[in-house]
Ligand binder design. Structure first.
Ligand code: GDP
Length: 260
């Protein structure tokens, strides 16, 4: 059935053909308060989304790692920000070997999932402060990637995120996840509606904000290349060559990726 997406996705590919710099991602730190955000100056690409939208799955598949980002099962464990570094460690390097901080080129920032029905008032407030302040004020934030279930686009809290972020003028990329759950028409419509919604954000001169959207399925590996390329571009990493000695020691678990 995923072949039907080829018309929707011109860049459709069943898998990433080459290693990506995102594969170098490594856990860097966890932060519970904005005052504890790292002092690193490299560009940050933040990932936000409703709980269960597929954010951890998307991060893990883009970074070609099984357990980099953890699915947030309990609301109490969701109120923190996880940082993953890109650069400073080789893809095949042992996890216990130190990351060279001065060689870090960018950070992937896993923001707390939102939209848990059972979250209490004070936890909601904490979420609001943490997420709202981070996306509005963090200078190092280069772009926001929102993971949105393609079947339930732009819920109230998603819109809240966009509203917080839009005034920064920075780029936003929406990954419409779980596209495998939609048929071709539904997927086309979901993408069109998302683009229309994002296109409604214009600056004082009527110029649209740098907001983009794409379809994505971790399950069927739809839109991986497109997401990968966009994230690298947003992080300013797209024109860098990978060190050829930086090949993984072990073949990927996925089994269907071309060797580097
Ligand atoms: P998170 O809370 O946003 O981090 O969401 P998870 O990554 O934990 O995913 C939530 C659920 O959606 C899990 O059961 C995943 O297996 C499932 N899921 C994630 N991505 C996809 C996808 O591309 N297609 C389908 N059908 N299910 C997915």
């Amino acid at each position: 059935m995923y072949n039907s997406f080829s018309a929707v996705l011109p860049t459709f590919n069943a898998s990433l053909h080459t290693m990506s710099q995102l594969w170098q991602a490594r856990f860097f730190t966890t932060v519970n308060h904005l005052r504890d955000l790292p002092s690193t100056q490299v560009p940050e690409i933040a990932f936000a989304g409703r709980s269960n939208a597929g954010k951890s799955t998307a991060i893990n598949i883009l970074c070609n790692q099984k357990k980099l980002a953890f699915a947030s099962k309990t609301p109490g464990r969701t109120q923190h920000i996880n940082y993953f570094s890109i650069g400073g460690a080789h893809v095949g390097q042992h996890r216990k070997d130190e990351t060279k901080v001065e060689e870090i080129r960018a950070m992937l920032v896993d923001l707390p999932g939102y939209g848990y029905a059972e979250v209490s008032g004070s936890a909601k407030l904490h979420w609001q402060e943490l997420l709202g302040d981070y996306v509005r004020r963090r200078e190092q934030l280069a772009a926001l990637v929102m993971i949105i279930d393609a079947r339930r686009p732009f819920t109230e809290l998603d819109i809240q995120m966009v509203e917080w972020f839009a005034p920064t003028g920075k780029p936003l990329h929406c990954i419409l996840s779980k596209a495998d759950k939609l048929n071709r028409n539904e997927a086309t419509n979901a993408l069109r509606q998302a683009r229309t919604f994002l296109g409604s954000y214009v600056d004082a001169d009527g110029k649209p904000f740098p907001f983009t959207a794409q379809l994505f399925s971790a399950l069927k590996r739809i839109g991986l290349d497109e997401a990968n390329d966009r994230i690298l571009e947003l992080a300013g990493l797209n024109d860098e060559e990978l060190d050829p000695t930086d090949a993984p020691d072990v073949p990927s678990d996925e089994g269907d990726q071309a060797p580097a």
